[in-house]
Design a protein around this ligand. Structure first.
Ligand SMILES: [Zn+2]
Length: 365
């Protein structure tokens, strides 16, 4: 007799679903997904309901999460923890709250501030609106045209052309399910730690220090020894925009000291050892070591950028064909700027520059 499927067989695109532990399921975009970036969503089962870690990029993602949870059991979602403010993590909450109006929405105060800040992209507001859907549709039309050109170009390699074809479908699906996406500010904030207790799967929500953003929350399951890191850890290529290099290394040290058996990153594959976070930490140390003295000696940022050599990270963080060149754009370039500012004692301001769906989508092309 076949065993009962633990993972409901429903359409969860753009995610794929899997069981990490009897209490923890993960919705994650597969490696051959080329639409706008969508963060990992963890679904933790407690006796009286579910705790979610993050919610995706759109209400469409949120509706998919709702369908997945409802296919598993009649238990409600009781809480959503938002790890940080970047749009691909909090923007499914509107649909989740519509399904379960009493859901607790939890984040650090800095994450709440980021979600309400002026730098949140122009594709979303504090309530749904046809103007946002129109903007997303316009963005999608532009993406489709760019990708069509790439496909038609005889110089495009066959594998690149195949990725472009896939990206067209992924972008179209994103645009088609964007309606009712809006910012739901977290009603509950915490400073250091917050416990969502349960006899089987107690959940500790923690702030271990600044890292990828000013308010990264980490979710720790002490019984299962599973940690959800948010974008403090992103696999296979980390994101380094407006981050805090020195504090990031310390925060990674605290994350490692938890003694996890599984780390679920903000994007990409779960890690069962510390190899990847050691590489991440080592890379940040190296960037600080190369950039710091030059910055302190008064060298301008662009000159520093030409002087440093981070080419060896292509092998570490450029595991996919696409990322062999893009790791520089997402990781070593922004981290060089962060380390330069840090060495000069300049403030690193969240959202200075832009994190928009358009920009995020560049990451995935
Ligand atoms: Zn993210």
């Amino acid at each position: 007799m076949p065993a009962m499927a633990a993972v409901p067989l429903i359409d969860v695109r753009p995610f794929a679903a899997r069981e990490i532990d009897p209490q923890v399921h993960l919705l994650s975009t597969p490696q051959d997904y080329y639409g706008p970036a969508v963060g990992n969503v963890s679904i933790i089962e407690q006796s009286d309901g579910y705790v979610l870690v993050d919610s995706g990029l759109s209400a469409g993602n949120g509706r998919t999460i709702v369908n997945y949870v409802k296919a598993r059991s009649a238990k409600p979602v009781k809480a959503v923890v938002i790890t940080h403010w970047h749009n691909d993590h909090p923007q499914g909450v509107s649909a989740i709250r519509q399904a379960w109006p009493k859901v607790r929405i939890i984040a650090t105060a800095a994450t709440k501030a980021g979600m309400l800040g002026p730098e949140v992209d122009e594709l979303v507001g504090l309530e749904p609106g046809p103007q946002y859907v129109e903007k997303v549709q316009k963005l999608n039309a532009e993406q489709q045209a760019t990708l069509d050109k790439l496909i038609a170009d005889p110089a495009t390699t066959p594998d690149r052309r195949e990725r472009a074809r896939k990206a067209k479908l992924d972008f179209a699906a994103f645009a088609a399910t964007y309606s009712d996406t809006y910012i739901v500010p977290p009603a509950e904030t915490f400073d250091k730690e917050l416990l969502i207790d349960d006899p089987v799967a107690p959940v500790k929500v923690m702030f271990l220090g600044r890292a990828n953003t000013a308010g990264d929350a980490v979710v720790w399951l002490p019984r299962q020894k599973i940690v959800m890191s948010g974008d403090i850890v992103v696999w296979p290529t980390p994101f380094g925009f407006f981050s805090y290099p020195g504090e990031w290394v310390q925060t990674l040290g605290k994350l490692k000291a938890l003694g996890y058996s599984i780390l679920i990153p903000g994007h990409g594959e779960p890690q069962t050892d510390t190899v990847y976070i050691d590489q991440l930490s080592g890379s940040i140390e190296d960037i600080r070591a190369q950039v710091g003295p030059l910055a302190k000696a008064g060298m301008p940022l662009d000159e520093v950028g030409r002087k440093v050599d981070f080419s060896r990270y292509a092998a570490v963080f450029g595991k996919t064909e696409r990322m062999k060149t893009l790791f520089k754009t997402y990781w070593t370039d922004p981290m060089t700027e962060n380390a330069w500012k840090e060495a000069k004692g300049m403030p690193i301001v969240q959202g200075e520059g832009e994190v928009t769906v358009a920009k995020q989508s560049d990451k995935k092309r």
